[in-house]
Design a protein around this ligand. Sequence first.
Ligand code: NAD
Length: 472
Amino acid sequence: MSEKNYSFFGAVERSFEKAAKFTKWERGVLEQIKECNAVYQMRFPIKRDNGNIEVIEAYRVQHSQHKTPCKGGIRFAAEVNQDEVMALAALITYKCAIVNVPFGGGKGGIRINPRKYSAYELEKITRRYTAELIKKNFIGPGTDVPAPDYGTGEREMAWILDTYSAMHPGEIDAAGCVTGKPVSQGGVRGRREATGLGVFFGLREICNFPDVMKKLDMPVGVEGKTVVVQGLGNVGYHTAKFFQDAGAKIVGLAEYEGAINCKDGLDVDNVFNHRKTTGSILNFAGATNCDTTQEALEMNCDILIPAALENVIDAENAPRVKAKLIGEAANGPLTPEADEIFSKRGIVVVPDMYLNAGGVTVSYFEWLKNLSHVRYGRMEKRFNENMNTHILGQIEGLTGKKVSDTEKNYILHGADEVDLVYSGLEETMVTATHEIMNEWKNNPEIPDMRTAAYVVAINKVATTYAELGIFP
Ligand code: NAD
């Protein structure tokens, strides 16, 4: 199919249909789940710094309102188009369902290259876009809650919050109208590393299934496993770091300028700092250079984690991949052809839709924090510490033994916000992993974990329609 005719939304629909076969829902319900409920395409003017007026094209799509609010990032990119925003919104509906985040899928996009605009121009675009969303009731803590995506971050989320608050004076839950905010403006601690940590929790859980590990001819657990990560950005860096901390060996790391390999293991922070000072991942002491980033994908390892960009593994290089387990940390790193090859080769692919759901999960925690108007841990931290001190004192008194200072620090510690966010994320990823694996095991006809994840998502969304009924 030519690139011009390619439809990303169409591809999502095809994956949906592949999974829908394994569900019992009637056609009408499946159609309702698949379609985008509301697509808002807008045009608005902004005045550039040079005085010229420019018309901006932008979108907000609400794919599903089976749960509200809708949730999903806003991207600023020159390639933004309606088909892409619709596809991404649909994927978020399924992603949220899989990880039991009670939101419908949404997505926003503004068709600009943010590097071509000054900070003041970007602020005007963000604020005007927010105002357009407000006019049509496409934003609000109970209706639709945007978040960062490509080209946007904490700065833009703070502008959205400020615009929304200015136009809703006195709305007590206004901070919940957007997530990914700076911590000082109602953001939550742990959001930055959330996706990488979620990737780690998800893959660790897979490595804890004795039958899966037996099939892959690997021992149970993460410790000692060899790992290669492509991309040392937000997701890749944190994923690699959490694997290293858990005792895995990072034998390969890749960036766009090339890759490095060391069978004795690489220290992630040292490599990160080396790249920061020299401008390249290459020539790291003790490691072997590879000229292209693609070579990393074919290195000897147990777990391969593409965490940079889409379509890096296709029909051409998939037969040469040596990993037994592939974790899609990036969005869409495998083409459907690569997927089929891995399925035939018995390589387990842990799909992006579920594996990189840590970001949206912690966004949900941020939204809950905003609605409760209190930092996680603020009410119970000291109480728990005092109680733990008391219990430990009793144990020491009764046994006549003293606990070491290191153990004491561990036992007495009351949970901070970041501890609770990590714990909530761990619970979320572990539960979701088991739900998907159970679906897969209970239906041996399901060809791969991606299809099993879609089946889980479809069942959950359809159950909502079945239980609530169709209005009117
Ligand atoms: P990022 O920009 O922080 O990091 C991407 C890294 O990949 C950068 O260091 C970049 O230099 C590197 N890179 C670019 N081209 C490369 C190439 N050809 N080969 C090797 N490395 C290359 O982005 P991120 O937030 O880490 O996102 C990475 C992927 O994860 C994307 O697919 C994104 O959609 C997905 N994702 C991110 C989040 C999140 O919370 N950040 C959530 C879900 C999914």
